[in-house]
Write a protein that binds this ligand. Structure first.
Ligand SMILES: Cc1cc2nc3c(=O)[nH]c(=O)nc-3n(C[C@H](O)[C@H](O)[C@H](O)COP(=O)(O)O)c2cc1C
Length: 364
């Protein structure tokens, strides 16, 4: 198989182009300080990926409000105290020729109470104990996403990606199950998508004309029907405000869960839409170069690598030098991950992903 399609540059409607089609997927790594300030461990692990040839390097999910913190050791972007660390990070990533972006996140009802006290969500949620936001608070949430984007721009990042996936707060607003609001942010799809569209419009209005804006979505589950996700995406693409749409599929070649839509890949429902100048990419179980190239052949503009990029910081460069390159099989020894730039705490976190870290392997 030829891998030429992975090494074509990719231009966006705004901002710098990617030198190839490899995006580093956002990867929470729990290496920030308790106040969300970056550590050298986090900068080291990410700048190695920039050095290793990823065309665009995305940070881990960074919370835009203290109450939206989802993980211990999570990166923060909710205050100016985060600026110096982010600025150092942006400088290091760009020095290696990578386009760089901060992923903007708020965990909503998925914030652990031990980290935030009572979590918040679109509506009261008896299952998690989350409290529904007042109308003023929804507007403040929107404004804090926008302020975080501006902060990322001030720090020197090329863009941001709104985390609209995986059941976090944007998804909680989109969800017909979790969002039971009776104001303009709840009810019909147009209202449930209002928060997202207002954030997008607000970032566009507040940031410079070359600032890149991406959005990550999970097109099914979490109370979102595929038909609704497609309708929302059609509107997003037609609006032309996004530079890229990142499909988080967990398996890029899976079929939809909803029976009525089966018989073709979930991804194809999105790649077939008229995308205008918005780029589309996907993440999910892409390990081998053949799989990465197949994502491009299937109609994506770029491919996002998560676990494969944890295994090899220089996956793109290795493949460019040697088309016989294949990633190491998992599980891998802790020593392998340490050599790939993961701190002991990050390696520990990776143990929660089954079959990734070997328990008793001394060396490879
Ligand atoms: C350790 C780890 C941390 C992750 N953190 C995030 C995150 O911060 N934001 C996000 O949108 N997805 C996150 N994900 C999902 C990945 O970005 C990616 O979509 C997923 O792992 C599937 O791709 P892969 O099979 O190439 O790993 C995480 C995944 C892993 C394994």
């Amino acid at each position: 198989m030829s891998f030429d399609n992975l090494f074509q540059p990719l231009a966006f409607a705004r901002g710098p182009q990617m030198k190839n089609r490899f995006m580093l997927a956002p990867l929470t790594n729990k290496q920030s300080r308790p106040d969300g300030v970056l550590t050298e461990d986090e900068i080291h692990w990410l700048s190695l990926r920039a050095k290793g040839g990823f065309g665009l390097v995305m940070t881990a999910a960074a919370h835009v409000q203290a109450v939206g913190k989802g993980f211990e050791g999570q990166l923060g972007v909710f205050g100016d105290q985060h600026l110096p660390g982010l600025a150092r990070m942006a400088e290091r990533l760009r020095a290696h020729g990578a386009v760089c972006a901060v992923q903007l996140h708020h965990a909503g009802n998925r914030s652990p109470a031990e980290l935030v006290g009572q979590p918040v969500s679109a509506s009261d949620d008896p299952q998690t104990g989350a409290r529904g936001l007042s109308l003023d608070e929804v507007e403040a949430l929107r404004d804090d996403f926008i302020a975080a984007a501006v902060r990322a721009e001030r720090a020197g990042f090329d863009g941001v990606e709104i985390h609209g996936a995986h059941g976090y707060i944007i998804t909680q607003f989109l969800s017909a199950e979790l969002n039971r609001r009776e104001d303009r942010y709840g009810g019909p799809l147009e209202n449930r998508t209002r928060l997202l569209f207002e954030i997008i419009d607000g970032v566009r209005a507040a940031a410079g004309p070359n600032f890149q804006l991406g959005l990550r979505i999970t097109p099914e589950r979490f109370g979102i029907e595929l038909a609704e996700a497609v309708a929302m995406t059609r509107r997003l693409l037609a609006g032309g405000q996004l530079d890229y749409l990142d499909l988080s599929l967990w398996d890029v070649f899976k079929e939809p869960a909803e029976e009525a839509f089966q018989g073709r890949t979930l991804m194809s429902y999105f790649t077939e839409l008229d995308r205008g100048r918005t780029r589309i990419g996907a993440a999910g179980k892409v390990m081998t170069p053949d799989q990465a190239a197949a994502v491009i052949s299937a109609g994506c503009d770029y491919v996002s690598l998560g676990r494969a990029a944890i295994l090899h910081h220089d996956y793109p460069d290795r493949l460019r030098r040697d088309d016989r390159f294949r990633p190491v099989a998992t599980p891998v020894a802790r020593e392998h991950l340490a050599a790939e730039g993961l701190s002991p705490g990050f390696v520990e976190y990776m143990k929660s992903f089954s079959g990734f870290v070997a328990e008793h392997v001394a060396a490879e």
